[in-house]
Design a protein around this ligand. Structure first.
Ligand SMILES: NC(=O)c1ccc[n+]([C@@H]2O[C@H](COP(=O)([O-])OP(=O)(O)OC[C@H]3O[C@@H](n4cnc5c(N)ncnc54)[C@H](O)[C@@H]3O)[C@@H](O)[C@H]2O)c1
Length: 391
């Protein structure tokens, strides 16, 4: 490995959602070199290699055999994350692995152990905790201006994209272009596939604001008898049941909730992820992914602190997003910050801010959420057996 430049292979490189953000982020990192692209789709990966001037591969094994590859960036679906991250460690390659980390806690433990044994760095791609409004809000908490955090309340619009968004992206939408997301087994979420994709984000954000405390006592509510299927235009396939409310505590006493407006995508215009952090001295309102500029809404600043009868804009957040109709740059800005941190950490040999152990915490809370919805009782992260999967 050159001391000042990391040769990266992007695996799952022709994917529709995460891959474009990773391609632009790696291109923007001055100390990263996109050396190779890999995907099981040989036509698409050949075209991408030509466009980016990189080597192309159709199997991870071949990538791992190439001694010029220093590090692997996994933007593959979660059902291959564990085997791919472990194989990369055994070949001595550093890994950035998109969330959700895996399907079971046993898999996450094996991933962490493989990298520890190999002396390679494993970072999980939890971009929410690198998103500028979330980082800016955390700085307010660190400054003491909010006082002690008491309660964290998160809300999210529906999964289904507004038709304007899908049209802008030439028909691309999470559900139509990545069928694994709505498959009980491939998503890892069983009857509740959608929550598997999103819960790691909201637990990570809350845990970041709760100073890394662990999640205990999760209570999840699912929509009675309804499936999302009728609302996924064009596919007609059953897409599982939605979990629309989750309440939990952290082991340091902070309480937290997440609520999703799961209704017809066209009816719900508010699409973003918004977090309200209540402290002993004030309240922070933080607009996250997709937040801020749904059609017909005003464009609020990304972070505002309310305190002593006044409001202070902490982060104006005034650039657009590639995927959402939003004035809050998530897809490019948050992924770029996270990937830059990974490249810098690998080259410097320093720990990452979001590790395999962090990814495990979020998966444990996510599986506890699914267990809670299934069994209609409160479940703690520590109650989830290592070999338990939701399907
Ligand atoms: N951090 C975020 O905000 C964010 C956003 C979107 C997606 N993601 C995550 O990124 C990952 C990918 O999601 P997506 O929506 O881009 O998926 P996608 O289905 O659009 O892309 C996945 C790509 O991986 C390829 N692939 C599948 N199996 C492979 C294998 N064995 N070897 C090589 N390539 C393989 C597919 O051909 C496809 O091109 C998921 O884990 C998802 O949760 C994260």
């Amino acid at each position: 490995m050159a001391p000042d430049r990391l040769n990266v292979a992007l695996v799952g490189a022709t994917g529709k959602v995460a891959a474009p953000a990773h391609l632009s982020s790696l291109a923007a990192a001055p100390n990263a070199n996109l050396y190779a692209v890999c995907d099981i789709d040989s036509d698409r990966v050949g075209e991408l290699a030509e466009k980016t001037g990189t080597k192309d591969f159709t199997s991870l094994e071949a990538v791992l055999d190439d001694p010029n590859v220093d590090a692997i960036d996994l933007v593959t679906p979660p059902f291959v994350h564990a085997e791919q991250a472990i194989a990369a460690a055994r070949a001595g390659k550093h890994v950035y692995c998109e969330k959700p980390m895996a399907h079971s806690l046993g898999e996450t433990d094996a991933m962490v152990a493989a990298h520890r044994q190999a002396g390679t760095l494993l970072m999980i791609g939890e971009s929410y905790v690198f998103h500028h409004p979330v980082v800016a809000a955390r700085a307010v908490i660190d400054s003491g201006d909010l006082g002690d955090v008491l309660h964290i309340r998160e809300t999210k619009g529906p999964w289904i994209m507004l038709s304007e968004e899908a049209e802008r992206l030439s028909g691309m939408s999470h559900e139509a272009n990545a069928p694994w997301r709505v498959d009980p087994k491939l998503s890892g979420g069983g009857r509740f596939p959608w929550i598997m994709d999103h819960a790691p984000h909201f637990f990570a954000t809350a845990r970041y604001f709760a100073s890394g405390a662990e999640v205990v006592s999760v209570t999840a509510h699912s929509q009675a008898g309804q499936t999302v299927s009728e609302r996924v235009s064009g596919t007609g396939a059953p897409t599982g049941q939605a979990i629309t409310s989750v309440a939990w505590s952290f082991d340091n006493g902070i309480d937290s909730t997440w609520n999703q407006i799961e209704s017809n995508g066209e009816a719900a215009r508010e699409v973003g992820f918004v977090t309200t952090v209540h402290g002993t001295k004030g309240t922070l309102v933080v607009y996250g992914e997709g937040g801020g500029a749904a059609p017909g809404l005003s464009q609020p600043p990304a972070v505002v602190l309310y305190r002593d009868g006044k409001s202070r804009v902490v982060d104006a957040g005034n650039t657009g997003d590639r995927v959402w109709l939003s004035n809050n740059s998530y897809y490019d800005a948050a992924h770029q910050a996270a990937l830059q941190h990974w490249v810098d950490s690998v080259l410097a040999g320093t720990p990452v801010r979001y590790s395999g152990e962090d990814g495990r915490s979020e998966l444990a809370a996510t599986l506890a959420t699914i267990k809670s919805a299934e069994e209609r009782r409160s479940v703690s992260s520590s109650d989830v057996p290592a070999d338990w999967t939701a399907y």
